[in-house]
Design a protein around this ligand. Structure first.
Ligand SMILES: NC(=O)c1ccc[n+]([C@@H]2O[C@H](COP(=O)([O-])OP(=O)(O)OC[C@H]3O[C@@H](n4cnc5c(N)ncnc54)[C@H](O)[C@@H]3O)[C@@H](O)[C@H]2O)c1
Length: 343
């Protein structure tokens, strides 16, 4: 596709972390494309994320839920490509209250799929997670691949697995042209400061303790959010349809504790600021992603190392206190239950 060619994209959940990065990324690269953002503006979504595009004629915002068929039908009219980010996304919150995860992630996806079929979209790209595969064993080799069987272990992961199955079922049953990407943990600018990296950086800026679940030896694969955006670009501009790609970052195994220690060192904060709290129930020990399929098929690979990405992210949170401070203040009750009450 040529940059001058204009298409219409429907982005769901574009006011959240990855969706807002993607909208800005896409608008910069393909300024003639129409971008429609459908977002319910839950606690995780804020239009502050989209200041740079809000006045552009190619960008429009629709406030509404993906579970509302009428709103979704209206948003879907004339759309070429859907990139579906909207979801309830935080594992800890899914443990406290699973039902909303099922409503948004499963029913919301089904409502979108129906509308996409009716509108005859050219591609429905579904954003999913490596958490649908369950957990790997610490100290054992092996990575998730496109062939790994599903084995979700949290209500969040189960709801995302349900949505992945639905997308494939609509492809098989009704012929909907789709693609799915399952990616590892994202980090970077505009991430709600409840997730590990944003929480560690913002707590450190405030001189507060940095909580670590259990022994902190959980291994994750870390994907810088703009590398995720370039992977989505590769997929949706390709001719690959009705297939799945795994997307990951660093291949070197890194524990959560190592990530936190790196952040503290980079911010010149002593490690004594780490505070061990009771582990998350059913906490998966290890995720590791084999992204060789997207690399071989589409030539994509991550562009930054974990350290480079963390340095950029620290810089961003330092420069954007006005963005994250109100979010943290509005969610004080949640942070208290989640961390202070678990010491
Ligand atoms: N963040 C990660 O590390 C990660 C990793 C793997 C996969 N994913 C997937 O990527 C997608 C985006 O994740 P994120 O981290 O940007 O999430 P986020 O929580 O930052 O943003 C989610 C967005 O969806 C919106 N939303 C929630 N419910 C909605 C509804 N019913 N209707 C319309 N909008 C609604 C929210 O308002 C918010 O803007 C999700 O599908 C998630 O499962 C995220």
């Amino acid at each position: 596709m040529h940059p001058e060619h204009s298409i219409t994209l429907l982005i769901t959940g574009g006011a959240g972390f990855i969706g807002s990065n993607f909208i800005q990324y896409w608008h910069k690269k393909f300024p003639n494309d129409q971008i429609r953002n459908l977002d319910a503006l839950t606690y995780a979504g804020t239009l502050e994320n989209l200041k740079s595009v809000e006045n552009e004629s190619e960008y429009s915002f629709i406030k509404g839920s993906i579970t509302n068929q009428e709103v979704v039908d209206h948003a879907m009219a004339g759309v070429d490509i859907v990139v579906h980010f909207a979801a309830e996304t935080h594992v800890d919150r899914s443990i406290l209250d699973p039902q909303i995860f099922l409503k948004t992630n499963v029913i919301g996806t089904q409502v979108l799929l129906d509308a996409a079929l009716k509108s005859k979209v050219k591609r429905f790209h579904h954003i999913s997670t490596d958490e649908v595969f369950g957990t790997l064993e610490l100290g054992q080799p092996g990575k998730f691949s496109e062939k790994t069987p599903y084995n979700p272990r949290s209500p969040y992961a189960a709801s995302k697995a349900g949505s992945d199955h639905l997308v494939r079922a609509y492809g098989e049953t009704y012929g909907l042209p789709y693609t799915i990407s399952n990616c590892s943990n994202n980090y970077g600018p505009h991430q709600f400061p409840e997730k590990l990296v944003g929480l560690a950086i913002t707590n450190s800026i405030d001189g507060d303790k940095v909580p670590v679940y259990g022994d902190g030896l959980q291994v994750r694969d870390w994907l810088y959010v703009l590398d995720h955006c370039s992977a989505i670009e590769c997929i949706i501009l390709s001719d690959q349809l009705n297939t799945t790609f795994l997307v990951g970052g660093e291949t070197i195994e890194t524990t959560n504790l190592e990530v936190i220690k790196y952040i503290l060192k980079a911010m010149e904060i002593p490690e004594s600021n780490i505070e061990y709290v009771t582990d998350r129930a059913g906490h998966d020990r290890k995720y590791s992603v084999d992204w060789s399929h997207i690399n071989k098929t589409l030539g994509w690979k991550p562009s930054v190392t974990l350290q480079e990405g963390l340095n950029k992210t620290i810089e961003w949170y330092r420069a954007n206190e006005a963005w994250w401070r109100p979010l943290k203040e509005q969610n004080q009750a949640y942070f208290k239950t989640q961390y202070q009450d678990r010491k």
